[in-house]
Design a protein around this ligand. Sequence first.
Ligand code: FDA
Length: 379
Amino acid sequence: MDLLVVGSGFFGLTIAERAASAGKRVVVIDRRSHIGGNAYSEAEPETGIEVHRYGAHLFHTSNETVWEYVNRFTSFTSYQHKVYSHHDGVVYPLPVNLGTINQFFRAAYSPDEAKALIREQAGEFDVKTAQNFEEKGIALIGRPLFEAFFRDYTAKQWQTDPKQLSGDIVSRLPVRYTYDNRYFNDTHEGLPTDGYTAWLERMADHPNIEVRLDTDFFDASQPLNKDAIVGTVPVVYTGPVDRYFDYAEGELSWRTLDFEQEVVPVGDYQGTSVMNYPDAQYPYTRIHEFRHFHPERDYPKDKTVIMREFSRFASRDDEPYYPVNTPEDRERLLRYRALAEGEDRVLFGGRLGTYQYLDMHMAIGSALSMFNNKLEELL
Ligand code: FDA
C-alpha cells in the first residue's frame, strides 16, 4: 500500500482515483457500510425511485477542470433545479425574484419599481449596525419578505429565535429583479444519468484501489487504525478533524438533519422536487419528492417517495451536516489546524477534515489540487 485514504466521499475517492491512476496502490477505508459519503443514493425498494439518503444532492459547477474530470465517470441529465416555498397557503417561486414579489404584493412591478419598494422596506434597519439576524435580514430585503420566507424558516433551522442569532450568519439574501428562478447560476448543472452511486462506484473501480467498508480508522482492532498506520505511509484523512485529535481542543459544533421518508400512493405529491415550508406551524423545513429529479426515468405512476427534512443541533453521535461556525469554533479550528501541521505525512481534507461546508464540485476541486500540490510529492 502506498496511500491510505480515510473516507470514501467525493474528496477521498478523487484522491484515491488520482493516486491509483498515477500507479500507486491505494486502500480506502470507510466506517459506513457503503461508499460515497453523503452523496450516496439508493433505489427505494417499493418504487425503485432513487433516494439521496443524506439529503438532496444537485450537481452544479462553473469549474471547467472539475467538469471535465467528473464527466470521465458519468454523464449528466439536463435537470435544472428550482425551489418553491409554501407560505400561508400559497406557493411562491424561490429564490425571491420578480415573480415572488409581484405575487406576494399582488402587483405588476417593473424591475425598477420592485427595487425601489424593497429599498424602502429594507430602510427600517441599516446592514452595518444591525444587532442580530432578524435586523440584518430586514435590512437586506425588508420586513414583509423577511418575515414570510426567512424568519420562521431560520428559527426552525437553528431552533433559535432569529433575534437571538448573530447577524454574521447571513451576508446576503438573494433577490432577483427578473423572473428567473433557476436556483443555481453555474455554467454546468445536472444529475448523474445513472445515479450517484453508479458514479461513485466508477471512481473506485480501478485495479489499484481496494475499498474496505465498515472499517473505522479509530478502531484499534482493525489493522489500518490510526496508531498503527500514521508515520508508516501517507494518509489522507477526510473524517472530522476534532475526532482525529480526540477532541483535545474541544468539539466543533454542527447542525444535523433528520429525514422522514414516506411512500405516498399518488403519482405526484407536490409537482416539483423541493418545496420549502417556511411557516412555524410546520415542524419540517422542506419536503423533497425524488421522482422529479429524474423526469426522464420510467418510475411508477401510482406511487411516489417524499422526504420531510427537520433541522437541529448535532450531538457527537449525530451525522454532522452543516458547520455552525461560532467564534469559539473558529478559534478551535485554528488550533486543530496547527496540530494537523505537526502530523507526519497526514493530509486533512474534505468537509469534515477542514470543518467547512463544501459543495460536491468544491470537494472534488480541492481534492484535485491537494493531489497536484501536496500529495504527489509524498507518494
Ligand atoms: P463526505 O462526508 O461525503 O465523506 C466523508 C466520509 O468519511 C464518510 O463516508 C464517512 O463515513 C467517512 N469517515 C468519517 N470518519 C471516519 C472514520 N473514523 N473512519 C473511516 N471513515 C470515516 N453538494 C452539492 O454540490 N449539491 C447539493 O445539492 C448538496 N446537497 C447537500 C445536502 C446536505 C444535507 C449536505 C449535508 C450536503 C450537501 N452537499 C451538496 C455537499 C456534499 O454532501 C459534500 O460536498 C460532499 O459530501 C463532500 O464530500 P467529502 O468526501 O468531503 O465528505
